[in-house]
Design a protein around this ligand. Structure first.
Ligand code: NAP
Length: 265
């Protein structure tokens, strides 16, 4: 289904929407280098990609470490010989606390994972991505533009990532860089909000997230996952620098056309 065998790196691919994007890529017949810290869950997620016809390469790593990011790209190139896409999806929410009370080490680690990690991965991947006229999908958040009390590090990191994407668009004419708002999604990160929110976030926000779960209104990870996968394979260069919604009809239509109408790969 992919033009030739396209090769995509997905960070944070062991669960949630990164794992879902990897499954969609597998269904499309792509080769997928997958990374996350926990080796065991990454291996399980890689098996799911293989079961859908993809060619997975699990590479356990922490994206906050620049040398690990260089290694991920190097090993993906050694195995597959080219690189067409990079999905910077790995992320952490914590610390969930007002800035005045937040743990400094947790604040620093948030920035290292959510902002520096995508930068390290991008810097390591740019040369092969230029050669392939490839794509970068930065998984951002509404928190990039909405100030959420209790999420200072996360909001700052996602705002930085989104603006970094715009800079990439003006610096790198041969690469298409998109930042994506994936919606509000039923993953482990939402569990962290429900657990840590009370007492650390505004009560109306805490209630909002608790109610979304209770009322079954969180999106399944497969929905943004399909948009992430399609963008990594097909996003047109004219879109470079955009901050897009996962359910933008310009993405959803062709993504469904390529990968299927159903929401579960
Ligand atoms: N869920 C939502 O409603 C929502 C909304 C807006 C944006 N987002 C964004 O969507 C992305 C995916 O989140 P999710 O909801 O799918 O979360 P999730 O279920 O918690 O998954 C996060 C993934 O990132 C990996 N990860 C975390 N820290 C890492 C590190 N230092 N190095 C490498 N991998 C790391 C995790 O695996 P390990 O723990 O094994 O490393 C896991 O695979 C994140 O960037 C998040 O900010 C989520």
């Amino acid at each position: 289904m992919v033009n030739r065998r396209q090769v995509v790196i997905v960070t944070g691919a062991s669960r949630g929407m990164g794992a879902a994007a990897a499954r969609w890529l597998g269904k499309a017949g792509a080769a997928v280098a997958m990374t996350a810290r926990d080796q065991r869950s990454l291996a399980d997620a890689a098996d799911d990609v293989a079961a859908r016809g993809g060619d997975p390469l699990p590479l356990p790593a922490d994206v906050s470490d620049p040398e690990s990011c260089v290694r991920i790209v190097k090993e993906a190139l050694e195995r597959f010989g080219r690189l067409d896409g990079l999905i910077n999806n790995a992320g952490v929410l914590e610390p969930v606390a007002p800035a005045a009370a937040a743990d400094r080490d947790a604040w620093r680690y948030n920035i290292e994972v959510n902002l520096l990690g995508p930068y390290y991965m991008t810097a390591a991947a740019l040369e092969p991505l230029r050669e392939a006229r490839g794509r970068i999908v930065n998984v951002s958040s509404g928190a990039a533009v909405n100030a959420v009390a209790g999420w200072s590090a996360y909001c700052a990191a996602k705002a930085g990532m989104t603006h970094f994407t715009r800079v990439l668009a003006v610096e790198e004419p041969d690469v298409t860089a998109i930042s994506l708002r994936p919606g509000v999604v039923d993953t482990q990160m939402q569990g962290v909000i429900r657990e840590k929110g009370p007492g650390n976030m505004a009560p109306d926000k805490t209630d909002y997230f608790q109610n979304l779960k209770a009322e079954g209104k969180l999106a399944p990870p497969e929905m943004p996952g399909r948009s992430m996968a399609w963008l990594a394979l097909r996003a047109p260069v004219e879109w470079s620098g955009r901050f897009m919604e996962y359910d933008d009809p310009d993405i959803l239509g062709p993504a469904r056309g390529m990968m299927g109408e159903g929401d579960i790969p």
